[in-house]
Design a protein around this ligand. Structure first.
Ligand code: FE2
Ligand code: FE2
Length: 378
């Protein structure tokens, strides 16, 4: 069982209580547990290396691995973190002189910690010059699913000085938090002149409407991510592939097919998804890159490499393909990432830099990606 921060619930939940306090630091229902009992093992996703640990681009992958290990050892859910420590991790995040991979690791540490102090540190980063970092700030605020972040996210969505990729992620995060109070704002930006922003807000409106009708489906993502659309109920890969690639269908339906294929997993599903890298809508293609990063299956390395290598491709798509290659982290990914770490597009360069750090993490015995707290305490 997980709290809304994606952290393991405490022993009461482990014993099967219907309602249990969250043992996560600073959760609204916080009830810190001094000595956690070992939690039962979580059945991991069935596919590929996701079983072995991480499960998604920089984001869910790192935290999934962290949480899975913490659950196994029973150490994570009782970590006491002071506001001073949160502030110190926030300083690393906000310090433009720090290497970007270190700032990313600080961000994911804050994301895992949650709470108002972490959210306020993250929200202060939207004045940074790196679109990559800012879009990841918005992503994390959405995944944390804390209403406290809504005003900051609305400000970013409204700010036309922010890069489309950052505004897109703010819109998606507002949908991820799942509060219908933002429906009017999202409807307004569903007609934004920037197509990625408009499409994102259309999807977010549909997600919120779908939630109002069907309620939240806990565990709809085996990767612990809050997705922009629920998975389709269909389980036939060929049928899902047809839905995915049919550009006459609403984007929401194609997204539902995408997440159903991801959840099914396996080589056929991976290859069907990889075909989506040649389909219409840059937003759609970037989400395909993200999903392939979550799946961590080497079968799609050639398609991801082709998309990253195409200078005609939208930088947002190239970015997501770079991070997916870093998450897959096989030797076949390495040369490409090193080459495009010198790309003329800043967001592509920086994505490769972060992806190379992920590659290193995936191929090392490091305990956790979101290691800001360990670095602080070391
Ligand atoms: Fe995105
Ligand atoms: Fe991204």
């Amino acid at each position: 069982m997980w709290c809304r921060h994606g952290a393991a619930l405490g022993p009461i939940a482990a014993m099967g209580a219907a309602t249990a306090p969250c043992a996560h630091y600073a959760c609204a229902a916080a009830a810190l547990v001094p000595r956690p009992l070992p939690l039962p093992p979580v059945p991991p996703p069935e596919t590929g290396r996701a079983v072995a640990g991480s499960s998604g681009a920089v984001t869910c992958g790192a935290s999934w691995r962290l949480m899975e290990r913490e659950r196994r050892t029973g150490t994570g859910s009782s970590t006491m973190v002071t506001d001073e420590e949160v502030a110190a991790i926030g300083r690393t995040l906000l310090d433009a002189a720090q290497p970007l991979p270190a700032r990313f690791r600080a961000l994911f540490t804050l994301r895992n910690l949650g709470g108002p102090a972490a959210i306020s540190c993250i929200a202060r980063g939207f004045t940074d010059s790196s679109a990559l970092l800012k879009h990841e700030l918005a992503f994390c605020l959405g995944q944390m699913r804390d209403r406290t972040a809504i005003p900051a996210l609305i400000r970013v969505l409204r700010d036309r000085q922010q890069e489309p990729m950052v505004r897109h992620e703010a819109g998606e995060a507002l949908g991820a938090i799942g509060d219908p109070e933002v429906l009017d704002v999202l409807r307004c930006y569903s007609e934004d002149p920037v197509v990625e922003v408009a499409e994102t807000c259309q999807l977010a409106v549909q997600r919120l409407q779908w939630l109002q009708e069907h309620g939240e489906e806990p565990g709809s993502s085996p990767y612990c991510s809050v997705d922009p659309a629920p998975p389709a109920e269909e389980t036939d890969v060929a049928t899902l592939r047809t839905m995915l690639l049919d550009e006459s269908r609403p984007l929401f339906d194609r997204y539902r097919a995408m997440f159903a294929l991801r959840n099914l997993g396996g080589r056929d599903a991976v290859l069907a998804l990889a075909d989506g890298l040649r389909a219409g809508s840059a937003l759609f293609r970037h989400e395909i890159g993200y999903v392939l990063g979550q799946m961590q299956d080497e079968a799609c390395v050639p398609q991801l490499t082709a998309a990253l290598s195409s200078r005609a491709e939208n930088p947002m798509v190239r970015h997501e393909c770079a991070e997916a290659l870093g998450s897959i982290a096989r030797p076949s990914c390495l040369d490409t990432l090193r080459t495009f770490a010198r790309d003329e597009e800043r967001v592509v360069r920086e994505s490769c830099e972060v992806a190379l750090d992920m590659y290193e993490y995936e191929n090392s015995p490091q305990f956790q990606y979101a290691d800001g707290l360990c670095r602080l305490q070391a």
